[in-house]
Design a protein around this ligand. Structure first.
Ligand code: DX5
Ligand code: ZN
Length: 213
């Protein structure tokens, strides 16, 4: 299981220190949540701060867009060379076109599904993706309760990808901890995002290791 700590729960007064700490602790990716105050009722950071994160990080960035104008934000963050850019299918009229654009910029494309969006939405697009992100909370805030229905959904997606694109990774974001990590693994999940569990843990390296099962 790969682990991508979400810096949303980091100490923003000591951001570079916290980013270095999770990278030194052996995380796999650094998850960066971009919220625009429109698609979700919260506002986070822009390219100035993300470029400071990129400078401090020794692991690849995983950018999760929660925004209305996906193309604008893809262009804004592409120069920072993240490994992944994820966008919500609920907010994109032309997902196929955007996937091609992200790939043409040398970045791996990922589509995000809100808790109520069915995986069958991806039937004709899964073969073009490097990763699918299943939200296990409603996007917008850290520290929320894990929505259990993501488990059967991940199982269904796991069956779909075996048929359509075995290389495509399954990522889950929201309320992940040592309490649900085994069920996530069993459901076929490859990558978890964890914000509050990692950053509020007294030993962050231990928290990361407890998810790398
Ligand atoms: C929620 C964000 C998550 C969030 C996860 O909209 O996408 O990445 O930071 O935080 P936890 O792990 O605390 O639920
Ligand atoms: Zn996220």
């Amino acid at each position: 299981m790969q682990v991508a700590p979400s810096i949303l729960s980091a100490d923003f007064g000591n951001l570079a220190r916290d980013v270095q700490e999770i990278c030194d602790a052996g995380c796999d990716l650094v998850h960066v949540d971009i919220m625009d105050g429109h698609f979700v009722p919260n506002l986070t950071i822009g390219p100035v701060v993300v470029s400071a994160i990129a400078k401090a990080a020794t692991k690849p960035l995983d950018i999760h867009l929660m925004v209305e104008n996906n193309t604008f934000f893809v262009e804004l963050f592409a120069p920072l060379k993240p490994q992944y850019i994820s966008f919500h299918i609920e907010e994109e009229k032309h997902p196929h076109r955007l996937i091609q654009k992200i790939r043409s910029l040398g970045i791996k494309p990922c589509i995000v599904l809100n808790p109520n969006t069915i995986p069958e939405e991806l039937e004709y697009i899964l073969e073009d993706l490097d990763m699918v992100l299943l939200m296990s909370v409603n996007p917008g805030f850290g520290g929320q309760t894990f929505i259990e229905s993501v488990l059967p959904k991940a199982k269904k997606l796991n069956e779909m990808r075996k048929r359509l694109n075995p290389e495509c990774l399954i990522q889950v974001d929201g309320g992940v901890s040592d309490k649900n990590i085994h069920a996530l693994k069993e459901a076929g999940v490859d990558v978890v995002v964890a914000g509050s569990y990692v950053f509020k843990h007294e030993d962050r390296a231990k928290a990361i290791k407890s998810l790398q099962i």
